[in-house]
Ligand binder design. Structure first.
Ligand SMILES: [Zn+2]
Length: 89
């Protein structure tokens, strides 16, 4: 399932309107299983945590700027700061 990153560090949760009410996601890094939710979240600025289908390595860091999966806190691709997905929430 796609993993999305919040566009804003202050945003730690989001609700997506659905036919049955709403779906709530918590955390700055969220796993979204419904493709329509992914589309809705992308439209409001959420970005894929893993580009080109690259899986997030457990225990590693994820770049907040480009989504690169890094081993270190500084992104090896763009130099941005990285967060641990498992610690972001
Ligand atoms: Zn980066």
């Amino acid at each position: 399932m796609p993993r999305l990153l919040s566009p804003d560090d202050a945003c730690i949760g989001v609700d997506v309107p659905t036919f049955g009410g709403k779906a709530s996601y918590n955390g700055r890094t969220i796993d979204v299983s419904d493709p329509s939710h992914v589309k809705a979240l992308r439209s409001v600025g959420y970005v894929p945590a893993a580009v080109a289908g690259a899986p997030i390595r457990s225990g590693g860091y994820s770049c907040t700027a480009c989504g690169f999966s890094a081993f270190f806190k500084v992104c090896g691709r763009c130099g941005g700061s990285c967060v641990r997905p498992d610690l972001a929430a």
